[in-house]
Ligand binder design. Sequence first.
Ligand code: ZN
Length: 241
Amino acid sequence: MMDTKIKRLQEIINESHQIVFFGGAGVSTESGIPDFRSAEGIYHQNYKYPPEEVVSHSFFMRNPECFYEFYKDKMLNLNARPNRAHAKLAALEWAGKVSAVITQNIDGLHQAAGSKKVYELHGSVHRNYCMKCHKLYDAKYVKDSKGVPYCTCGGMIKPDVVLYEEALNDKARQQATNMISQADTLIIGGTSLSVYPAAGFIDYFIGKNLVLINKSMTTKTIRTILHIEDPIAEVFSQIKV
Ligand code: ZN
């Protein structure tokens, strides 16, 4: 038997033509990728330095050995596979329902599931570049290199991931706000909406249906027409395309 809130979500999806999905860490939870800020997340794991310090631009420049030790161990989850939420969002895109997926995740799992229009606000572990000659490297090269990965030219390689103290990818940010402003439905999922400036994106939405799917209450108070407090993969697995 279908939950009345899931039923309502199904109705909203059925009547929508330009759905934008805005997702956070909770979308990848079922894939085994830890949420940075949840109680079980990596922020609470014991490490030599607090993770929020390690994952900052100044720390990366100052102590790349330590950054990469942490990054490869905790953030580079190359064995992770897309889950039911990624799969359903890709299917909804093929069906002409979802016009864009905007994500704060860096794991590339939406693309792995088949989504084409993905805007990665915080970059991706799958793109890495030499800080000297800008040559590109894949995630496997970074993972397999001993300690700090270096380019053939001798330059240090940096993941194309937005670290603390760094600005969001400007192109992705502009495209994301543009897609949100054109959407008839905005579904926000698996995020506490606490990461500035991503949290401000919701203000660009002028469409009809604002849906929030999040296990825990959001810190930013937003006016939703539907709020489902269940894990996102569980919710999406019940939706029919
Ligand atoms: Zn180079």
